[in-house]
Write a protein that binds this ligand. Structure first.
Ligand SMILES: Cc1cc2nc3c(=O)[nH]c(=O)nc-3n(C[C@H](O)[C@H](O)[C@H](O)COP(=O)(O)OP(=O)(O)OC[C@H]3O[C@@H](n4cnc5c(N)ncnc54)[C@H](O)[C@@H]3O)c2cc1C
Length: 263
């Protein structure tokens, strides 16, 4: 049987994150949670690949507190076959380095697989480091910003990746990790039957000991990042308007652009 592993993150359902000035951490109280929007495209793509291949299981996993189980149930309701919750007090305070280590240990515990899918970035942490981080712990290639799967077989894929200048076409053999962007597909909505089945599904909780994650690589101890200060950037100013069609106005415009380091 072929296997696809999708990593999802539960994130606050808000565009305006608030930071606790004392602890420098995110204020989550009172904010509803959703599956990170980019992860919905990763789930959808995995389900489409499964439908194409047949004889394939889609495993969805997340690292988070017990309530992250809710996100996994939503993924199951969409059609994922199995869900795993990676949860342990020891995982708290993990930065992206430690998080990707923990997720890579979960992959090793799951066993063989064909493709790992993640979102391009999480809408709260926003670093876009975890996908490539997992790949590097596992020593497999990663393809970021995937916008189209031109061809996908169990051991080969031809992929369009979004770039600043257009897109790359990449051919890849063997296992790999890909990160999904919103151009990739249109995520489905869960069926009533899917929702009912997801409610009853058993979701195993895996802790550090179970996946063989070493204490020195997880939590605060395994996290090289230190958040020195967290703050909201000041709101954007209105900018400078330069109107007119004479030489003087053009000169003024150029001077303003230079002063703002835009040319
Ligand atoms: C010093 C420090 C301490 C921190 N302490 C905590 C803490 O105690 N508790 C806490 O919740 N966060 C904590 N964080 C935040 C945590 O490290 C990040 O949220 C996490 O590593 C993911 O990074 P990101 O949000 O930038 O994800 P990105 O790299 O932007 O995410 C890319 C993709 O990776 C996958 N992904 C990301 N995170 C997860 C996950 N947890 N499970 C499954 N898939 C995932 C998703 O597919 C996602 O779309 C801490 C961060 C720092 C720097």
């Amino acid at each position: 049987m072929k296997r696809l592993i999708v990593f999802i993150k539960q994130v606050p359902d808000t565009a305006e994150l608030r930071i606790d000035p004392k602890t420098n951490t995110m204020i989550r109280t009172g904010v509803p949670s959703i599956i990170n929007p980019f992860d919905m495209y990763a789930i959808e793509e995995a389900l489409r690949i499964k439908e194409k291949w047949g004889d394939t299981e889609v495993i969805v996993a997340t690292m988070g507190p017990p309530q992250a189980e809710e996100a996994l149930r939503e993924a199951l309701s969409l059609g994922c076959d199995k869900a795993i919750l990676l949860t342990d007090r020891k995982f708290a305070a993990s930065d992206t380095f430690a998080t990707s280590y923990i997720l890579s240990k979960a992959v090793e515990k799951i066993g063989d697989y064909n493709i790992i899918l993640t979102g391009k970035q999480a809408t709260d942490g926003d670093t876009a480091q975890v996908g490539p981080g997992i790949a590097s712990w596992l020593n497999i290639p990663s393809i970021t910003y995937v916008k189209k799967m031109i061809e996908v077989k169990s051991d080969y894929a031809k992929i369009e990746r979004l770039m600043d200048y257009g897109y790359d076409i990449i051919e890849i053999k063997g296992k790999f990790l890909m990160t999904a962007i919103k151009d990739l597909n249109e995520p489905r909505i869960p069926s009533f039957r899917g929702k009912m089945a997801a409610k009853k599904a058993e979701i195993p909780n895996w802790d550090a000991a179970y996946i063989g994650a070493e204490d020195k690589n997880i939590g605060f101890l395994g996290s090289p990042t230190r958040v020195v200060k967290a703050f909201s950037p000041p709101p954007k100013q209105g900018g400078i308007k330069t109107e007119g069609d004479d030489i003087e106005t053009a000169k003024k415009l150029i001077a303003n652009l230079k002063e703002s380091h835009l040319i």
